[in-house]
Design a protein around this ligand. Structure first.
Ligand code: AMP
Length: 461
C-alpha cells in the first residue's frame, strides 16, 4: 500500500481520513453567527453608539448574562409576552430559577440599586451593547439572540431626558443614513391611566368575543396591552378605540408637550402615535419607537426593492418611573431606550447606505527564508508598537504568494528581506504605486519606514 502511495505521490494522511464525514452541527434555530466579514458594519454602528454615549456622558455597564427569574417577573410583568413566552428560564444545578437576560433595563435598574448608585450625583447615565436572548418566533428581523445598544438614565424626571433619548436614537440612525422617525406616545401617570383604562375597557367590552384568545387574555390581565396586539382583527377594533392622549392629567400633558417642543426645536422627525404602548408593564409616561419611513427603496439601478421585516422598529424605549421601586429601591424616575443592532445592519446592508470603512494596512512585510522571517517578525513587532498599520503573511514560504497578499490588501509599501539583504545588512522597500524599489540599511528600517508612513498621513490630511 505505502509503495502505491509513493508511486502516485499520495500523502499518507489520506489513510487516516474518516470514510464518511460526520453530520455537520449547525447554529441553534433562531441564532446567527456574525462573521469577520460582518464586523466592519457591526463596528460602524458600535462606534456611533460609543460616540453618542461619550458626547451625552453615559458610562458603560456590563451585567451578567444570567439574572434571577424574579427580576423580570416583577418588572416586565408576569402577563407580558416577554415573561410568559419568550424567556430562556431554567433551574441551575443548585435549583435556583434563573433567566438568560431578554433585555437590559431591569438588570440596569437592579445594578443601580444593588451598588448604591443613587448616592452619586443624579442623573446616573449608563449605556450598554450586549446580546439578549428571547424565545421569539424566528423570521426576518426577529432572532432568538440579538444585540441591543441601549441607554438608561436614572434619577431625573425632566422631559429633557425624554427628548435626549429620542435625539440620541434618531441621530445615531441618521448618521447611518437610515430614513427613520421616532413614534411617540404618553401612557400618562397613574391618574391618567386609571381614567383611560375605564373608557378603554368599556369600549373593548363590546368586541371581546371577536378578539383572538390571546387578546382576550390580555383584556382581562392588562387591557392596555390589547393596543399592542399584532392580530389583524384586533388592530381593526383598536383603530377606533379611545386614545390615551385625550385622558392625560395636567401634569402628564405638560410633560408630554415639553417633549414635543424639544423635538420640534431640534427638527427631530417624529410621529404622534396614540396606540403605541410597548409590551412591558414597567413603562410610565413617555414611550417611543424608532420606525423606518418605508420598507421599500429604489436601488441605484432604479429598481424597487423591499426589505424583509423592513418596517419593524429599530429601537424603542420609554419612561419607567416605578421600576426602581420594583427592584427594591426608593422611588426614582428613570428613562431608557435600546437599539436593535441586527435590524440596523439589515437596513444598511439592504439599502446599500452607509459606506462601511474597512481597516487598511499601509505596509506589508515579506521574507525569503527562515532567518529572514525571524528578523521580520521582530521588525513587525517594532513597527506595530510605533503605531504603523502593518500586515504580513509569515506562514507562507514563497515571496510570490506573500506579495499576492500584499496586493490584495492594497498596501502602499512592501518591505522585503531576502538572503542577499541579510548578508548585506540591508532591506528592500518597494513603493507599490510607483514600483520604485530602494535598498536601505537594516538598522534604519524602522525610522525610514515610519518617515514614509507619516508622509502618507500628511497626504491623506
Ligand atoms: P424592545 O424593547 O423589545 O422593543 O426591543 C428594542 C429593540 O431591540 C427593537 O426595536 C429591535 O430593534 C430589537 N429587537 C427586539 N427583539 C428582537 C428580536 N427578536 N430580534 C432582533 N431584534 C430584536
Amino acid at each position: 500500500m505505502s509503495a502505491l502511495l509513493a508511486i502516485y505521490k499520495i500523502p499518507t494522511y489520506i489513510l487516516d481520513m474518516p470514510k464518511t464525514l460526520k453530520k455537520p452541527i449547525q447554529t441553534v434555530r433562531g441564532m446567527r453567527d456574525m462573521l469577520p466579514v460582518d464586523m466592519p458594519m457591526f463596528e460602524l454602528i458600535e462606534n456611533e453608539i460609543r460616540k453618542a454615549a461619550r458626547d451625552y456622558s453615559y458610562g458603560r455597564l456590563i451585567t451578567p448574562i444570567l439574572e434571577e427569574y424574579a427580576l423580570f417577573k416583577r418588572t416586565a410583568g408576569e402577563a407580558s409576552d416577554l415573561v410568559s413566552k419568550e424567556m430562556y428560564t431554567f433551574e441551575d444545578r443548585g435549583g435556583d430559577k434563573v433567566v438568560i437576560r431578554p433585555e437590559l433595563t431591569a438588570p440596569a435598574a437592579r445594578a443601580y440599586v444593588e451598588h448604591g448608585l443613587v448616592n452619586l450625583p443624579q442623573p446616573v447615565k449608563i449605556w450598554y451593547l450586549e446580546p439578549m436572548l428571547r424565545y421569539d418566533r424566528p423570521q426576518a428581523g426577529r432572532y432568538r439572540q440579538f444585540f441591543q445598544g441601549g441607554f438608561e438614565s436614572f434619577g431625573d424626571a425632566s422631559p429633557v431626558l425624554d427628548a435626549e433619548m429620542c435625539i440620541i436614537g434618531i441621530r445615531i440612525l441618521q448618521s447611518l443614513k437610515i430614513p427613520v422617525k421616532v413614534h411617540i406616545n404618553s401612557l400618562g401617570d397613574n391618574e391618567s391611566r386609571t381614567a383611560y383604562k375605564k373608557v378603554l375597557v368599556a369600549y373593548l367590552k363590546q368586541f371581546v368575543k371577536k378578539l383572538p384568545e390571546d387578546d382576550q387574555r390580555r383584556f382581562t390581565e392588562n387591557p392596555l396591552r390589547v393596543l399592542d396586539s399584532k392580530e389583524k382583527v384586533t388592530k381593526e377594533i383598536i383603530a377606533d378605540a379611545p386614545k390615551i392622549t385625550d385622558y392625560l392629567s395636567e401634569n402628564a400633558k405638560e410633560h408630554f408637550l415639553k417633549l414635543i417642543d424639544y423635538l420640534e426645536d431640534l427638527d427631530i422627525p417624529y410621529v404622534l402615535n396614540p396606540l403605541l404602548v410597548r409590551g412591558l408593564d414597567y413603562y410610565t409616561g413617555t414611550v417611543f419607537e424608532f420606525i423606518p419611513d418605508s420598507a421599500e427603496f429604489i436601488t441605484s439601478e432604479g429598481k424597487k426593492r423591499e426589505i424583509p421585516g423592513g418596517l419593524l422598529s429599530l429601537g424603542g424605549g420609554g419612561r419607567y418611573d416605578k421600576l426602581i421601586e420594583e427592584v427594591g429601591g426608593k422611588p426614582t424616575p428613570a428613562i431608557g431606550m435600546a437599539l436593535g443592532i441586527e435590524r440596523i445592519m439589515n437596513q444598511i446592508r439592504e439599502r446599500g447606505l452607509a459606506s462601511v470603512p474597512t481597516y487598511k494596512p499601509q505596509i506589508f512585510l515579506g521574507h525569503i527564508g527562515d532567518d529572514a522571517r525571524k528578523k521580520m517578525m521582530n521588525l513587525f513587532d517594532m513597527l506595530r508598537s510605533q503605531g504603523a498599520r502593518v500586515a504580513q503573511a509569515f506562514s507562507k514560504e514563497g515571496i510570490k504568494a506573500q506579495l499576492e497578499v500584499a496586493h490584495r490588501l492594497g498596501v502602499r509599501y512592501s518591505v522585503i528581506l531576502g538572503q542577499k539583504e541579510i548578508v548585506d545588512k540591508t532591506i528592500l522597500i518597494r513603493d507599490m504605486e510607483s514600483g520604485i524599489q530602494e535598498t536601505i540599511d537594516f538598522k534604519k528600517a524602522v525610522s525610514e519606514i515610519m518617515k514614509r508612513l507619516s508622509k502618507i498621513n500628511e497626504n491623506l490630511l
